[in-house]
Ligand binder design. Structure first.
Ligand code: HEC
Ligand code: HEC
Ligand code: HEC
Ligand code: HEC
Ligand code: HEC
Ligand code: HEC
Ligand code: HEC
Ligand code: HEC
Length: 448
């Protein structure tokens, strides 16, 4: 009898011990083991197929909390009407240069205002009512006006080199107005409910009619509601037979016709990247040179492949984890734990980072999400990389990237990349240089 009691309490103790010491990733087991349906399966509920866009006002009635969270986020504020609320203008119009082709009075909408602010002005283009962009943009980081010629960055060979003839309908509005991507109607300003949940008329009339929720099926596909916008791309028609000239005045910079749940791969052509080659959007190792590259980088990361999604780190309504407002190491340590199966494989923070626990050098994102990109040519380096795998000083050197895009160098500008690489070696964080380079495909790139 005593023996049985002993065995039972031993087993209970063991179970409790295992429970309290379980890796933090355990609750994500269901997500990480979900079936992958592939990129081409249509996940949109049938009854949503002939639904129309109704705007967030309808959703608010029954989903007050989500509406409230979303309303306070920047998604709700991407496009703002100036009339009636001049406070939405963060630019200083008193210093607008004399050769500006617009005034504050001409501007109908502001675009953004966190890193930069641009202005939409009514115009007739191609015989249709449309909007054009002002030839100056406000850089919020430097607090200066900067010349802006969109045709230099958006399909140089498909649009006239004249701001007054450059329409926002084909080049911007699909990502900045709800409904425009699928219906070519500016149903609502900014990124509202239906940008991520799809048209909601049927569901609003009768909640039993399902509406798309990205986290229900395959986690790989969950990311698509975000990367429809947060990913650099090219007009899909260029993948088939079209040439850029044949798309004169119609080249689209968003996945035209896409609705959440549908297979994004049918609508989007990813901006090209070849490892070892620097392009206008990426450094030679694939890290972001510009903003809006989160998707391009993330789909190459091991976390993406294992089924971790954008919304594991960013609440889709509140938009948590933003510049100047991160969750700190908790953003990562809700899944990662020291000595756990998914790493870091060392027993303590200090043993992993080789910096004091309270040092800036022990913040996960400082080493795993270095600042590699800029919002404009004149902006400071503030865009954080979404390739989470650590990039060593030897790699940035190998790829001829500016040294300040390396995490170690960014904080230790008094040292050389070689010295910093040596520190890593001394710490035992780099096992075999060749081995490491091989895992990044460097040797393959070299032999080509
Ligand atoms: C008349 C009330 C009502 C309106 C209007 C409404 N909803 Fe719902 N919604 C519900 C109810 C009730 C549920 C729960 C349904 C269930 O569990 O079967 C729900 C569930 C949802 C879900 C979760 C679906 C899932 O599969 O888990 C989403 C997403 C959603 N609504 C989005 C929206 C959006 C976006 C709008 C506006 C276009 C909207 N709703 C308008 C009542 C409403
Ligand atoms: C940027 C994309 C995005 C926007 C905008 C957005 N949602 Fe969602 N919403 C999601 C995702 C993704 C989920 C799934 C979250 C999860 O499973 O953790 C979700 C979940 C929901 C749910 C289900 C919650 C649950 O617990 O199952 C409701 C209801 C909902 N959203 C309503 C809304 C309403 C109403 C709006 C507009 C006011 C809105 N959403 C705007 C992406 C978005
Ligand atoms: C329809 C296009 C669109 C979709 C869909 C979209 N975004 Fe965004 N997102 C934007 C734009 C545009 C901004 C910039 C808003 C601004 O600065 O005013 C932005 C900003 C953000 C920010 C920064 C917010 C801040 O406060 O600085 C985060 C984080 C973000 N998005 C995450 C997501 C995630 C996660 C998803 C998917 C659940 C998603 N977005 C879906 C267009 C989109
Ligand atoms: C494929 C979708 C897409 C297209 C097309 C697009 N944008 Fe954006 N834009 C985004 C997303 C997503 C963000 C926020 C993420 C980021 O900047 O990293 C953003 C950010 C911005 C910002 C910065 C917002 C801020 O608060 O600092 C401005 C300004 C902007 N876009 C203007 C434009 C203009 C002008 C066009 C057209 C000439 C355009 N965008 C086309 C998706 C798009
Ligand atoms: C493993 C966690 C993680 C994942 C996965 C992740 N992000 Fe992030 N992301 C972050 C953190 C942390 C930051 C804030 C960094 C900082 O302090 O500037 C960030 C920053 C951003 C920003 C810039 C916010 C701003 O202030 O303008 C955008 C936009 C964004 N993420 C979108 C995405 C999208 C879209 C995806 C999916 C393709 C994604 N993220 C996946 C952790 C993540
Ligand atoms: C929702 C859970 C989750 C969150 C949050 C999370 N991770 Fe991960 N992470 C994983 C999983 C699962 C893997 C895959 C482990 C493997 O390959 O064995 C992983 C792998 C990694 C890897 C190694 C492989 C690679 O190339 O990415 C790094 C580095 C990493 N995570 C860093 C981070 C950082 C930094 C953050 C915070 C900004 C973070 N993770 C947040 C779950 C998470
Ligand atoms: C001082 C820089 C630095 C900081 C800060 C840092 N890491 Fe790392 N991390 C590294 C290096 C270096 C590697 C090893 C890279 C390699 O071997 O390719 C690494 C590897 C990893 C890996 C891959 C698995 C492993 O153990 O090798 C994960 C997961 C990881 N880090 C997560 C984190 C998390 C979570 C944090 C925050 C608690 C963090 N790191 C903070 C430098 C750092
Ligand atoms: C976010 C800033 C930051 C990052 C990123 C960072 N460090 Fe540090 N580092 C510091 C600070 C601050 C100290 C001062 C001592 C401390 O806090 O531990 C330091 C101290 C050191 C020291 C010991 C003192 C010295 O100067 O010789 C070495 C060596 C070092 N870091 C190398 C690295 C390497 C290698 C990397 C990349 C893996 C790195 N650091 C990444 C901020 C950083």
């Amino acid at each position: 009898m005593k023996k049985a009691l002993f065995i039972v309490s031993f087993l209970v103790g063991l179970a409790l011990f295992a429970w309290f010491n379980k890796p933090k990733i355990t609750p994500y087991y269901t997500q990480l083991t979900k079936t992958h349906v592939g990129l081409r399966t249509d996940l949109q509920p049938k009854s949503q197929k002939d639904a129309t866009f109704v705007g967030s006002g309808k959703c608010k009635k029954c989903h007050k909390e989500h509406y409230h969270d979303w309303k306070l986020s920047r998604h709700a504020k991407m496009i703002q009407a100036i009339k009636g609320d001049p406070d939405v203008v963060v630019a200083d119009f008193s210093s607008l240069p004399k050769d500006a082709d617009f005034t504050l009075k001409d501007a109908v909408y502001t675009i953004g205002g966190k890193f930069k602010q641009r202005f939409m002005i009514s115009a007739i283009i191609n015989g249709k009512e449309d909007y054009r962009l002002g030839n100056y943009q406000w850089n919020c980081e430097t607090k200066k006006w900067q010349s802006f010629k969109p045709y230099k960055y958006w399909y140089k060979h498909a649009y006239p080199h004249d701001n007054k003839k450059f329409p926002t309908s084909t080049t911007c509005d699909g990502c900045h107005f709800t409904g425009y991507m699928a219906s070519h109607k500016r149903v609502e300003k900014g990124i509202a409910c239906e940008s991520c949940h799809g048209p909601g008329s049927k569901h609003s009339e009768e909640p039993k009619n399902p509406i798309y929720k990205a986290s229900l099926a395959d986690p790989i596909r969950t990311n698509e509601v975000c990367i429809q916008c947060h990913m650099r791309n090219r007009d899909k028609r260029l993948e088939q037979n079209s040439t850029i000239k044949s798309l004169w005045m119609q080249a689209r910079d968003y996945p035209d016709g896409y609705e959440p749940g549908r297979p994004l791969v049918r609508y989007k052509m990813v901006a090209p990247f070849i490892l070892g080659k620097e392009t206008k959007e990426f450094w030679a190792n694939g890290a972001a040179k510009k903003n809006r590259t989160q998707g391009n980088e993330y789909v190459r990361d091991a976390m993406y492949k294992h089924g971790i999604t954008c919304i594991n780190c960013h609440n889709p309504h509140k938009l948590t984890n933003t510049a100047q407002k991160t969750e700190g190491n908790n953003a990562c340590l809700k899944c990662h734990s020291f000595g756990s199966v998914i790493g870091p494989h060392q027993e303590t923070l200090q043993a992993h980072t080789h910096h004091k626990a309270n040092s800036k050098g022990s913040l996960c994102i400082e080493c795993h999400m270095p600042h590699t990109g800029r919002h404009t040519g004149k902006s400071p380096l503030t865009v954080r990389s979404h390739q989470f795998a650590f990039v060593s000083p030897a790699q940035t050197k190998f790829y001829h990237m500016p040294p300040q895009t390396n995490a170690c160098y960014a904080c230790h500008k008094d040292k050389t990349l070689d010295e910093l690489q040596n520190n890593l070696k001394t710490w035992g964080m780099i096992e075999w240089d060749n081995q490491e380079m091989k895992s990044y495909g460097v040797l393959e790139a070299k032999s080509k």
